[in-house]
Every structure is written in structure tokens, then in C-alpha cells.
Design a protein around this ligand. Structure first.
Ligand code: FES
Ligand SMILES: [Fe+2]
Length: 455
């Protein structure tokens, strides 16, 4: 047997010309380990939200890839992201999910670090380490790249990574729609209460791919649609959401860096659609937001409304009903740790926050009725990627092939019909990361070419 060079191995797995993708990438431990090295140490990853650490000394224990990190605000209010691993023997220096501290003290031998990450205290320093240990050299390991954007905190382990704005590219306009206040003010959102965290027995890519805009799977939510769990459910509106986007032109858009979104463009002159009818205070709030947003953003821009999206590789968002960010942390080849951050306007009335909290929980998270459908699909799709016979047969990614334009109503590669172009672009970039491509290629500034078995 002729050994296959690693580059052509991934070309063979991601066959974009024919729209076929190997099942192997959803179940192989070897590929998973390689992803941790080649994808998760380079791409920009969402770490948390500034509203989670408003005061000096506040921290939130997060993850990047499979590793624990600390999002911390130091005494000068500067935000840091550190690897949550003691420089002595690797013990977690932060054992709590979140809190406030002066020092991160390691439980093992009690080395302690400041909120700036500096090694501060070493027990019996004079007797045991004087002249041997230079504390300045043994700070917590800090990410070389960290940026905040509209309250969200992102980091990359790659010193050479482009800045976050270049990385997000035109996908930013859609992410903004999830991050901005409902009345069109930029930013101004906060994470509502805590973070939902749970483990799903699936490969992380199934979840990330779903949020690229897999509208085709709507049928699997038929039961919740029939029951009607939307914000106006009790007002007699069936569905998972209030149906304000019924008359919209839906767009499925992907971007050179591998991101993909599903958004909608409302008709010209779009008037407020009655939503949140179940609660007059909440309904009035959103009606007010609609008018304000229209005034602030102008007749064109206000018509773009968000649905879902994935920022490559593993940060997804729900832009409207419900509104949240979700990180699909790799947890093993067949295990994903999902973290869902629910967003609300920070200055919204408490009544609105309370109402949204119950709707968010009804919809998303480990007990969310819609999310349960998705989890079951991803769970069995992962199991179906494992079988000896099954793995001989690739998955079909041929939906709406060729039905894409760069001349659409929004920037990016746009499809005006339900499409798998977004996952095709996502896996093209995934392949490029796995082949160790340079940043020009990863940002789509240099064409890495289609992949096919024939290459
Ligand atoms: S492992 Fe942290 S002090 Fe030893
Ligand atoms: Fe779904």
C-alpha cells in the first residue's frame, strides 16, 4: 500500500468538487488530536463576555479547545486570558467557575499568582528557591492575542493570527445583530445569569455545522413547532419563535475565513410584527426597540435580521429568538462540551429579562425543547460516523451546489435558497487548517483550490 501524504489525505476526505465528506472526520481520535493542535491553537476562540467580569479581581473559568483558561480582570481593570495551569506541576490554579480574588493560589503546593498573572508567592522561597528561581520567568501562561469586541472576549494562541476584525471579516455585520442592543445601539448587551454547560455525545463539528444555517433540518423540530414554545405561544402562535420572518428574503452566506450565517432581509418598509404577545410589557419593549432601531440604522440596514451563524471554528450564535452565543468545546472525538451564554440588553427592564430567561430555557440548553431535538440528531450522526462499513461511505454535501453568488444583497458568498454551501466552505477551511496553511490561505486571500479525490 502506498502511504498517503498528509496533505492529500485531507483532500481526499473533503471532496468539495463532488460534495462528499468522509465520515472519518467525525469520529477519529487521531483526527481529533490533530484538530486540537492545528485548529484550536490558531483560530480565534470566544472566551467569555466582559459583563461576566465587571470589577477588578473578577474571573471566569473558561476553555480554549480542550484546555482550561482563566478570563480575569486585573487591578487596573485590564482583561487577561491565562492558561489555568500552575507553572510548577500543572494543577488548576483556579478551581471555581467564577468569582473575585486577589490571587490565584494553587491548591497543590500553594504557589500564588496575581490577577496580572505574575508569580507572587512561593512557599519557603528563601530556603528552597533563592538563587534558583526567577519569579519573573514563571508567570501564568498568557494568550499572545486577545481582543474584546462589543463586550465579547476572544483569544488566539497564534502570535501570527490576524487581528480579530480581519478574522471576522464581513461576518461581523451578522454577529453584530446578535451582540447589539435590540434598539440598534452598538454593544450594550450582557450575559443573563449564568452559563448553561453540558456534554453532548457528538463530534463538535456537527453542532458547529448545524448553526452555519442548516435550515433543511427544520423538520426534526416538528414536535416543538406543533406544541408552540415561542414567546407568544400562549397567545395562540404556534412554532418555536414568533413568526416575524415569514415574509423575509432569507440568505445563507459564507465568508472566506470559514464562517457562515443564515440571516433574513425583511421587506421594504417593514413594520413591527406583533411579537411577545404573551406579555404586554415585553411586547411594548420590543415594539419600542423596533422603532428605535429603524430610526438609528436607517431604512436599509434595519431590515437585515439575524437567525443563526457559526464563527469558525466553534462559536455559534442565535441572533434573535432566542439570543445567545454557544461554544462547542471539543471534549473528545465523540464528545462536545456545549456552553451557552444567553444575551439581553443590559438596561432592559427586569420584566423583559425574566420573560426572556424562561423562554431561553424553554428553547435552548440541556433541557431546552428545541435543543434536545438537535442533540439527538448529532448524537446518532456521530455514532453513524464510527462503523467499519459506514466509514467506507462518505456523507452527501451536494445540496444547492453551484447556487451561490458574490453579487447578492449582502456581502459574502450568498445563496438565496436553502444550501450546504456554508458547510462546504467551512470544511474547505477546516482542511486548510489541518494542512497547516498560512494565514493568507486561511483568510481566503489566496485560493487553496477545491479538493477532490482526483487531486
Ligand atoms: S502544582 Fe501548583 S504549586 Fe505545585
Ligand atoms: Fe435545530
Amino acid at each position: 500500500m502506498i502511504p498517503i501524504a498528509p496533505e492529500s489525505r485531507y483532500n481526499a476526505m473533503i471532496n468539495l468538487r463532488e460534495g462528499k465528506i468522509s465520515r472519518e472526520i467525525f469520529s477519529s481520535r487521531e483526527i481529533y488530536e490533530e484538530e486540537l493542535e492545528k485548529v484550536f491553537t490558531r483560530a480565534w476562540l470566544f472566551v467569555g463576555h466582559e459583563s461576566q467580569i465587571p470589577n477588578p479581581g473578577d474571573f471566569f473559568a473558561s476553555r480554549m479547545g480542550a484546555e482550561s483558561v482563566i478570563l480575569a480582570r486585573d487591578k487596573q481593570k485590564k482583561v487577561h486570558v491565562f492558561l489555568n495551569s500552575c507553572r510548577h506541576r500543572g494543577m488548576k490554579v483556579c478551581q471555581y467557575d467564577h468569582g473575585n480574588t486577589q490571587l490565584f493560589t494553587c491548591p497543590y503546593h500553594s504557589w500564588s499568582y496575581t490577577t496580572e498573572g505574575k508569580l507572587f508567592g512561593v512557599p519557603q522561597f528563601k530556603n528552597l528557591y533563592e538563587g534558583c528561581l526567577d519569579k519573573d520567568e514563571w508567570s501564568l501562561i498568557e494568550v499572545p492575542k486577545m481582543e474584546t469586541y462589543k463586550g465579547t472576549v476572544w483569544a488566539s494562541w497564534d502570535q501570527d493570527a490576524p487581528d480579530l476584525m480581519a478574522y471576522l471579516g464581513d461576518a461581523r455585520a451578522h454577529l453584530d445583530l446578535a451582540l447589539d442592543c435590540r434598539d440598534g445601539r452598538e454593544g450594550g448587551s450582557e450575559v443573563l445569569v449564568g452559563v448553561h454547560k453540558w456534554i453532548i455525545p457528538c463530534n463538535w463539528k456537527f453542532a458547529a455545522e448545524n448553526f452555519l444555517g442548516d435550515t433543511y433540518h427544520n423538520v426534526s423540530h416538528r414536535s416543538v413547532d406543533l406544541i408552540g414554545i415561542g414567546p407568544s405561544a400562549e397567545a395562540g402562535v404556534k412554532g418555536r419563535r414568533d413568526n416575524e420572518m415569514d415574509k423575509a428574503q432569507h440568505v445563507w452566506v459564507n465568508f472566506p475565513a470559514g464562517h457562515g450565517v443564515h440571516s433574513a432581509i425583511m421587506p421594504e418598509g417593514w413594520e413591527y410584527t406583533n411579537t411577545y404577545q404573551n406579555n404586554p410589557i415585553v411586547a411594548e419593549y420590543f415594539q419600542h426597540c423596533h422603532e428605535e432601531r429603524r430610526r438609528r440604522m436607517g431604512e436599509d440596514r434595519y431590515r437585515l435580521v439575524p437567525f443563526v451563524g457559526t464563527i469558525y471554528p466553534n462559536v455559534s450564535f442565535h441572533g434573535n429568538q432566542p439570543r445567545n452565543l454557544c461554544v462547542w468545546h471539543p471534549h473528545g472525538p465523540e464528545s462536545t462540551e456545549a456552553w451557552r451564554f444567553f444575551l439581553v440588553d443590559a438596561d432592559a427592564p427586569q420584566e423583559v429579562k425574566d420573560f426572556l430567561r424562561t423562554y431561553y430555557m424553554r428553547y435552548s440548553g440541556p433541557a431546552g425543547m428545541t435543543e434536545q431535538d438537535d442533540m439527538e440528531n448529532w448524537n446518532y450522526a456521530t455514532a453513524g460516523s464510527r462503523g467499519v462499513i459506514a466509514k467506507r461511505h462518505p456523507y452527501n454535501y451536494q445540496q444547492s451546489m453551484g447556487k451561490v453568488t458574490t453579487d447578492g444583497p449582502v456581502a459574502g458568498n450568498v445563496s438565496l435558497q436553502v444550501s450546504e454551501e456554508n458547510p462546504r466552505q467551512f470544511y474547505r477551511r477546516w482542511r486548510d487548517y489541518m494542512q497547516g496553511a498560512d494565514w493568507d490561505t486561511l483568510l481566503g486571500r489566496r485560493d487553496s483550490g477545491p479538493a477532490s479525490f482526483a487531486e
